[in-house]
Design a protein around this ligand. Sequence first.
Ligand code: C2O
Ligand code: CU
Length: 504
Amino acid sequence: MKHSAKLLLILFVIFILSACSMQMMNHSSQPQQNNQIETKDVTKNQINTSDQTDQKFYNKPVVAGEKISYEIIAQKSTQEVVKGKSLNFYTYNGSVPGQEIRVNVGQQVEINLKNELSEPITIHWHGYPVPIDMDGVAGVTQNGIEPGETFRYSFKATIPGTYWYHSHFNSAEQVDQGLYGAFIVEDEEQFKLDRDYTLILDEMNSKGKVGSKGNMMGMMMDVSNYDLFAVNGKSAESIPAYEIETGENVRLRFINAGYMTHYMHLGSIQYKVVAIDGQSITDPTIVQNQLLAIGPGERYDIEFTAPDGSFFVRDMLNDPAAKNLVIPLKNSTSKQMLAEEAFDGIFSLTETRLVTNYPSLESETIDKEYKMVLSHGMKGMGMVYTINGKTYPDIDPLDVKKGDVVKVILENRDPMFDHPMHLHGHFFQVLSKNDKPIKDSTIFKDTLLIKPGEKYEVSFIANNPGAWMFHCHDLNHASAGMMTSVHYEGYTIPSHIDPTQAIE
Ligand code: C2O
Ligand code: CU
């Protein structure tokens, strides 16, 4: 190669690398430093109430005795995310998010999933502890459902709360393409609500690009191209107004189906965090002007008494696309627009007293202890995301036996990225943060946002035999290595399951 050509090549590589690292710096998501409320925004003050979804077709569930059945068809569809921008999606029942699956506690849930796409799919019940053969993980608990085939998921709903469902076959791409929806298990608490809105957050690309498999070029091109932040498949001025009336009991169920942490500002109203990852908080305290930091895969349910006026719920993430995620809560009995103050902090999971109905595992004797150090590295021209320096499937599984109390130390030594870690099939208690024990709280979660430099101790009871995935819910990180499993003694993955599908 000629000298000048070589020099040009080197310059080009340096340019690419610096562009990448700038992109990556951005990537551990932070709320806007400049704590100022934009007065001008896409929704103006013109709130109108329109349809909540674009549901193309809705299959009414069939209830027979204790059984509730849903028919879900996976198919391609288009949806107008923002005026003039119809994007192509993979959908469950024709829309993004897919049809909400809502059941009562005590019901036997039956979902018939028909695949009308041209590649295999599954449904995983994120956060809901189903029996292993119903967990929907291609390559681990079942094979992907082939085009034209139907698969029946069946399990009993025993734990109320806000969960969600999504494909777990090539999930980094398929979830990005729209294969997700809410899964809500109701109990009698539901009767106290006047309004109950599910708000699924996601990031989209106005040119219809989907997930990168974590290589540097891909990351640079794709992640920075999430230029539309969406709620329930709508962005900017296409986000409908959610109606309230003064004095009503309102619940908002936030679900983060995207790959970025979103920081929601509730427009200065007083609210209570009533459930985290589906599990109710028994004695919630009143919060105001604190952002809810919702990591990928996490859920936060909040409740408030509707104030005498309208307001906006805004994403305060420091990203230009956050301006597209402004949700109008329109009071139809009052003309007032409520004044909005700047936020003065982030709701703290570990410094708020958060009590659930679960007994604390704090003083239990630990049977097994594991440590997972989270980081990233390079492999050839690609990025890999590592647990203890290794990538799936070379990471040692967490071996347990039924009845064990298992402690896991999760440490994010990655200087740049948030790693929301998700365990299938179980809830874990958050015991400490940065070596400081969490007193007086019994927080049980299935997904835990771990920011750069943070270290948490969690523990869970091994009470659901199987082989359960434990991975980062930035699914691009999972597909580029950050994934392992909890493996029960005496359990073998059925031999008809093709393990290569787990790394699709
Ligand atoms: Cu929601 Cu294995 O994931
Ligand atoms: Cu991650």
